[in-house]
Write a protein that binds this ligand. Structure first.
Ligand code: MOS
Length: 732
């Protein structure tokens, strides 16, 4: 189905199932431990072996030799495969760094061997016996030092934009801001580690893995192993979180494939937690300079956002200026990104790549500007709203209700009780409130599905879409149920299998809208097949209450299916609506914090998010996405930082003891409100995404609340106690 004109009324608009607060259809399996994750596949007839990875102990250089003789002799060891044994392997399309193969080390903890043994413990013990002789080379690990050498990334990455005359407008503006903000490297820290089981059958390979993007993985694994993609079967039906860390093929799958070949048995490989931050990808650190000029009434006349980040040679920038191109009005504007070559592990996508760190900076800057103008920060944002793409004013937004989010949020939150910095106190706590805008683009990716109706009247949906904890199973079932006029328990959903039609996958908050739109398209085909079989005119059939009806004739779906059943398959393809119209999602975050007047310890007291993101397909799963994202924003504001050892070139705190994320006790109260909105430009579902929107802006709202509580402006994340304690008021 080609989607190139705005959606009109369609069966989804009935909202009997779609849009309803339906609990996850996979919830029971997950809470009772019957949802099988990658590492847990257990065929009782198979004797699995266990692979344990070895990571490089240098950040850059060459492996001169490896001595695996002791490892091979260790108890229970079946095979040892080293990066030298397999020689240079082809790199897939999606990673910057090689995952395995050859003698070159590009980053610390790069996989250089896998030890396969009868048990996990034996493999781990033997892995410690692998001895490596390196020729280490000097590398660059310090973003600040590398700023001078940072270059303009490739044009395809849109490094620079400019409209009007920023410099002249900024110089002549009566009120200006020029500040620099920094965000650190961050790690995804999803609960389930990267894990794969590989099983060879002749030249055919089956891999159970944990992947957000089945087809990308399949292509890249086939390329890396040098086998035909058709010989490779991937399964990833349940995923314990990804946040972008499982978008691309990772070393566990490659090591499992080589390990299984060498051992002659299926092999399980999980990346040990302490290997993950340096072996896999991370969100790159940024240095961001923001300049804003406004007239005395608070209208922005000039806005500039420059961002510096680093990556391995051949990588890309963290696109932290993205939202600044679209969020606020202002006739004179510029954005620029510069990329430094660093020899740290590969930087890549992590939840809301670009906007998440970009808004961490921009939304503090906006708070600072409002203060300079003596304006309320909610009013300042409203005044500078734009209904068109400010870089291309002839291009409108498909929907944009940022103002509604800010106004409703302010009312519900009790924003009018806000006082000046450092003026509210509750016992030992300095109390403050903060606000930030949320913004994330709506991306459209082709997505396919197959839908079958059987003689029992059960509809089965098959697509290689994944559910990374987001609720894909449920919203896909809701979509098929709505399209065919069935209750949700008459729909079965099968995901994450490379034998199913290629979907959008889970990424960039496009999965919900795009995968359900693909299911919609397949259901249209199935409806046509049903109507045709019954001799109905497909224009005027109604699918309702388990029946298909036309005029005064009604047939139960089970009967319509016949003994062989009927199927429909299609892929949604996108026309120009995202070019003619800017499609984005909007929100407003409000946060109240308490800062301990003696220690500087910050505690979240309450959080509210108001989101305008098209049709909400399921308010329960959508809310879960947003509160999870808000929680991640607390981590970004207060705790999360991969500490770079700038001499040795690695992330020091590479486990969950040293890299801190929020836990339940850190998050006392969260509320989410969805604006009642549909966007006919976004898809036949009229939905967008919320999974990343919920993270965008939260950390800045917390930074602004800390400022309101203490009068201390921190521009460098995370906002830890040491950055506050020197500026706190004297406590007698
Ligand atoms: Mo997202 S960072 O595209 O999983």
């Amino acid at each position: 189905m080609q989607f190139d004109t705005p959606a009109t009324t369609n069966p989804i608009d009935r909202l009997k199932v779609v849009g309803q607060p339906i609990h996850r259809i996979d919830g029971e399996r997950k809470t009772t431990g019957r949802a099988i994750y990658a590492y847990e596949w257990n065929d009782p007839n198979v004797s699995y072996a266990y692979g344990y990875p070895v990571g490089a102990a240098i950040p850059k250089g060459r492996i001169k030799s490896m001595d695996v003789s002791d490892a091979k002799k260790a108890l229970g060891v079946l095979a040892v495969v080293t990066t030298l044994d397999v020689g240079d392997l082809k790199k897939g399309d999606f990673n910057t760094a090689k995952l395995f193969g050859g003698d070159q080390v590009q980053h610390y903890h790069q996989a250089i061997a896998v030890v396969v043994a009868e048990t996990f413990e034996q493999a781990r013990a033997a892995a410690a016996l692998v001895r490596v002789d390196y020729a280490e080379e000097k590398g660059a690990f310090d973003l600040e030092k590398a700023m001078d050498t940072a270059a303009k990334p490739e044009e395809s990455q849109e490094p620079d934009t400019a409209v009007g005359d920023f410099d002249a407008a900024f110089t002549s503006a009566p009120v200006t801001l020029d500040e620099t903000y920094t965000t650190p490297d961050q790690s995804h820290c999803m609960m389930e580690p990267h894990a794969s089981i590989a099983a060879w059958n002749g030249d055919e390979l089956t891999v159970w893995t944990s992947s957000q993007m089945i087809d990308w993985w399949r292509s890249d694994l086939a390329t890396t192993l040098g086998i035909d993609k058709e010989k490779l079967h991937l399964m990833s039906p349940f995923i314990g979180g990804g946040f972008g860390g499982k978008l691309f093929l990772r070393a566990d799958a490659v090591l499992a494939a080589f390990g299984a070949k060498a051992a002659g048995r299926p092999v399980k490989v999980a990346l040990p937690r302490p290997l993950m931050p340096n072996n896999t990808t991370h969100r790159p650190a940024t240095i961001q300079r923001i300049r804003i000029g406004a007239d005395r009434d608070g209208r922005i006349t000039a806005i500039a956002h420059q961002s510096w980040s680093g990556d391995l040679p051949g990588g890309g920038p963290e696109t932290a200026v993205n939202q600044t191109r679209l969020l606020y009005a202002g006739v004179n504007r510029m954005t620029a990104m510069r990329l430094a070559a660093l020899d740290l592990p590969e930087g890549n996508a992590m939840r809301a790549p670009g906007e998440a760190p970009g808004l961490m900076a921009l939304e503090i800057a906006i708070d600072e500007m409002a203060e300079k103008l003596a304006m309320d920060p909610v009013q300042f944002r409203i005044l500078n709203d734009t209904q068109v793409d400010p870089e291309n004013p002839e291009r409108p937004f498909s929907q944009r209700n940022l103002i509604g989010c800010l106004e409703l949020g302010a009312e519900r939150f009790g924003w009018n009780q806000r006082r000046g910095p450092g003026s509210r106190r509750d016992g030992n706590w300095l109390i403050g409130v903060g606000v930030a805008a949320a913004f994330r683009n709506n991306l459209l990716v082709p997505s396919g599905a197959r839908v079958r109706l059987d003689r029992e009247g059960i509809v089965t949906v098959e697509t290689d879409m994944t559910d990374i904890g987001t609720g894909s199973y449920t919203i896909i079932a809701q979509t098929a149920a709505e399209m065919l006029g069935l209750p949700i328990d008459k729909v079965a959903v099968r995901l994450g299998d490379s034998r199913f039609p290629v979907s959008a996958g889970s990424g960039g908050q496009f999965g919900g809208n795009c995968s359900t739109a693909g299911v919609y398209a397949a259901c249209v085909k199935l409806r046509e097949a049903i109507a045709q079989k019954l001799g109905f005119n497909s224009e005027d059939v109604v699918f309702e209450n388990g029946q298909v009806r036309s005029g005064n004739r009604a047939v139960p779906l089970a009967e319509a299916a016949g003994s062989d059943g009927l199927a429909g398959e299609d892929t949604i393809q996108w026309g120009d609506l995202s070019k003619t119209h800017q499609q984005s999602t909007f929100g407003a975050h409000f946060v109240e914090v308490g800062v301990d007047v003696a220690t500087g310890e910050t505690r979240i007291r309450r959080m509210l998010a108001v989101c305008a993101a098209g049709r909400i397909l399921n308010p329960i799963t959508a809310r879960s996405q947003v509160i999870g994202a808000m929680t991640m924003g607390v981590g970004g504001a207060l705790y999360e930082e991969l500490a770079v050892d700038t001499r040795s070139g690695f992330f020091v705190n590479h486990d969950l003891a040293g890299y801190e994320v929020p836990v339940h006790a850190d998050i006392p109260h969260q509320e989410v409100i969805f604006m009642n909105e549909t966007d006919p430009m976004s898809s036949p579902m009229k939905a967008k995404g919320v999974g990343e929107l919920g993270l965008c802006g939260v950390s800045a709202a917390i930074a602004n609340a800390i400022y309101n509580a203490t009068g201390i402006r921190v521009r460098h994340y995370p906002i830890t106690l040491d950055k506050l304690i020197g500026g706190l008021p004297d406590v007698a």
